[in-house]
Design a binder for this molecule. Structure first.
Ligand code: NDP
Length: 475
């Protein structure tokens, strides 16, 4: 793969452009250099309110059976004061600090010290040392892809403990959920602050740093593109892909165990949430090498948005359906259960096939077959910071001919299925689909803005050929 990529890069490097071209490209590729007032206001809002939102959701389940309106009503009618709610909130405990430290340390060990062996015996799985995309400074980073292995080892140990060793109860995560929230916050803020200081004083690659001069924007969106410690500890890959996402399925299993403990059975809705989200998580790890080419790794700098988001937002809010089902053990009728399963699987199918089509197309440089035919595409070019001109292609075949982000559409259908598994009594489990709709629509617009800056008139040709973003004929 490395040799193939180097050859491709060598072929792609055509000429050095003028100084002007270079400056234009520097200004427009990657995240912003200057902050407009709207971005700043959004960032301040998120920095202030995102931790409160997470607390509010988790507290609502802990103290109000997952009702989002009852705490507000209590506060507005004077029935309760903020201090009453706060005083009932479990504090940070030594036990939670111990569990969390062990958890993160274990994931660091699996990430840094256990080279991948899965790719040696799993046909079709791409693991081991892989290359990421070209950074704005023209660097190609190497990554040790061993997430699937980390996930398997962690889950084998989990089940071995649950069914054989009994060192701790499988409800341990649920039972310490709020004390663990404080630990996750401490890590999230610590890593984001460290990343900011590192960006100023000892960046991994100075040419891949961006400074806006605005403290809050830099803290939130990150300065360094790919901060690393040593050769292999990559912050973005580790925090995006390990403590939070490996934990996602364990958290759901812990919720299922709690249902079993409380009600003597696990409901079909809980099984559906575990299975559908489990497929999504496993897919992520099976395709971890592909993930190196997604926006998170290719374009986002590492700041609070990724650091805190991966430590707190993801494990706490992406698992709300399972948490809700502990408090409301819903048993769906057969037709509803089959409907939710089908929607989840169709969403997953669209998500996976669309992502696969782009990956195959890009890997083979268009020399592949999409739906049995040679793919159609638009040729385009762009420049890196050092002024080197590269050529690329935007596919207009397969699902990529239906809409410009049909992978997001599949993701949204799958997300809706998790929420529907929880019935219609409360809004809380629907947070996920509401959030994903906002996230992916915003991401779509952000990505298109970036692509438009990157590819210029070639992007216009592409949007003329594929006019819709998410839903053909509608948006
Ligand atoms: P994409 O995988 O869609 O990548 C977008 C990039 O692909 C563009 O920047 C462009 O990059 C390239 N591209 C765009 N159009 C084409 C085309 N027609 N042909 C070839 N290349 C094209 O986006 P993401 O990285 O955001 O998402 C990856 C997946 O992850 C999605 O399925 C998404 O749903 C999922 N996701 C899930 C999240 C979650 O929290 N659950 C969060 C974010 C994403 P280039 O510069 O290389 O041309």
């Amino acid at each position: 793969m490395a040799a193939h990529q180097e050859k491709k890069l060598a072929q792609e490097r055509k000429h050095k452009p003028s100084q002007n071209d270079t400056q234009t490209s520097q200004a427009q590729w990657g995240r912003a250099w200057e902050v407009d007032w709207f971005s700043l206001a959004s960032i301040l809002f998120l920095l202030l309110f995102a931790p409160l939102i997470v607390y509010y959701f988790i507290m609502s389940c802990d103290q109000y059976q997952c009702s989002l309106t009852d705490p507000l009503r209590d506060l507005l009618t004077g029935n309760k004061h903020l201090s009453d709610i706060w005083n009932k909130t479990p504090p940070l405990t030594y036990q939670a600090a111990g569990i969390y430290s062990l958890w993160v340390a274990f994931q660091v060990v699996l990430y840094v010290f256990v080279p991948d062996f899965c790719h040696k015996f799993l046909p079709g799985y791409v693991g081991g040392v892989q290359e990421g995309a070209v950074t704005p400074a023209g660097v190609v980073n190497k990554y040790e892809i061993n997430g699937l292995q980390a996930w398997i080892i962690t889950h084998v140990l989990w089940f071995a403990n649950a069914y054989y060793f009994h060192f701790f109860s499988p409800t341990i995560i649920f039972d310490n959920w709020i004390p663990l929230l404080w630990c996750a916050n401490i890590l999230g803020y610590a890593v984001s602050t460290f990343a900011m200081i590192k960006g100023y004083f000892f960046p991994t690659n100075a040419k891949d740093c961006k400074f806006t001069g605005n403290f809050f924007y830099d803290y939130m969106m990150g300065i360094e593109f790919n901060p690393r410690i040593g050769r292999w500890f990559d912050f973005k890959l580790f925090f995006n892909g390990r403590p939070g996402i490996v934990a996602w399925t364990l958290i759901n299993l812990s919720y299922a165990a709690k249902q079993q403990e409380l009600y003597g059975q696990v409901t079909n809705s809980m099984i559906l949430v575990n299975v559908l989200q489990g497929i999504y998580v496993l897919d992520f790890f099976w395709n971890e090498a592909w993930y190196l080419k997604t926006i998170d790794i290719c374009h986002d700098h590492f700041g609070w948005y990724l650091g805190w988001g991966d430590c707190v937002w993801l494990p706490y809010l992406y698992t709300l359906q399972g948490l809700y089902l502990v408090y409301h053990p819903i048993q769906l009728g057969t037709a509803s259960a089959v409907g939710v399963l089908m929607l989840g699987l169709i969403g997953y199918y669209i998500f996976r096939v669309t992502n696969h089509q782009k990956d195959l197309f890009r890997r083979t440089d268009g020399n592949c077959r999409i739906w049995g035919k040679k793919p159609e595409y638009i040729e385009c070019s762009y420049m890196s910071v050092d002024g080197t001109k590269y050529y690329s292609k935007l596919m207009t075949s397969g699902f990529w001919g239906w809409a410009r982000h049909f992978n997001y559409t599949g993701d949204l259908l799958g997300s809706l299925a998790y929420c529907l598994a929880c019935g219609f009594a409360h809004i809380l489990p629907y947070f996920y689909i509401i959030y994903m709709t906002i996230l992916l629509t915003h991401r779509c617009i952000r990505d298109e803005h970036r692509c438009s800056s990157k590819y210029g008139k070639d992007w216009k040709h592409y949007t003329a050929a594929v006019p819709y973003r998410l839903i053909p004929g509608v948006f």
